[in-house]
Design a binder for this molecule. Structure first.
Ligand SMILES: [Zn+2]
Ligand SMILES: [Zn+2]
Length: 125
C-alpha cells in the first residue's frame, strides 16, 4: 500500500514536472490514468496538496477560479491572461527583499507575484 502510493505520487510528480502549462488536477488525472488506470481523482488531489506542502509544487488560482499546479518551484513570477486564462512563466528571479520589510528586520523566503492582463494572442485577435 505504502509503496503503491508513492509510485502514484512519482507518476503525478513526473507529469507535473513535464509540462509548463500549469495544469489543473483534472488534467493531471487524465494524463495519469493513461499510465495507471487504477488512480483516482482523489489520489491526484491528495498528492498534489502533499507536493505543495513539501515544496515540490506550487498552487495558483487563475481567472477561472480553478487551482492550477506548477511543478517549477524556483522563485518565478506569473502572468495570467484575464481573457483566455493562460498562465505564463516569467524568468526565475531571486526573492525580492522589500526595503520596507528589511527595515523591520524581516526576512522574505518566498514571493508570489502574479501579473494580470491580456496576453499577446488575445490582443492580436
Ligand atoms: Zn489570452
Ligand atoms: Zn509557473
Amino acid at each position: 500500500m505504502q509503496l503503491r502510493r508513492s509510485k502514484q505520487r512519482d507518476l503525478i510528480t513526473e507529469i507535473l514536472k513535464s509540462t509548463c502549462s500549469h495544469p489543473t488536477a483534472e488534467w493531471i488525472y487524465e494524463q495519469a490514468r493513461e499510465k495507471d488506470p487504477t488512480i483516482s481523482l482523489g489520489t491526484v488531489y491528495r498528492n498534489l496538496k502533499l507536493l505543495c506542502d513539501i515544496g515540490e509544487a506550487m498552487a495558483l488560482e487563475t481567472a477561472d477560479k480553478k487551482i492550477h499546479y506548477d511543478g517549477c518551484v524556483k522563485n518565478h513570477r506569473h502572468f495570467i491572461c484575464n481573457n483566455c486564462g493562460a498562465v505564463y512563466d516569467l524568468e526565475p528571479t531571486s526573492v525580492e527583499q522589500p526595503s520596507e520589510l528589511l527595515q523591520k528586520g524581516f526576512t522574505v523566503t518566498r514571493e508570489s507575484c502574479v501579473y494580470y492582463g491580456t496576453c499577446g494572442e488575445c490582443l492580436s485577435k
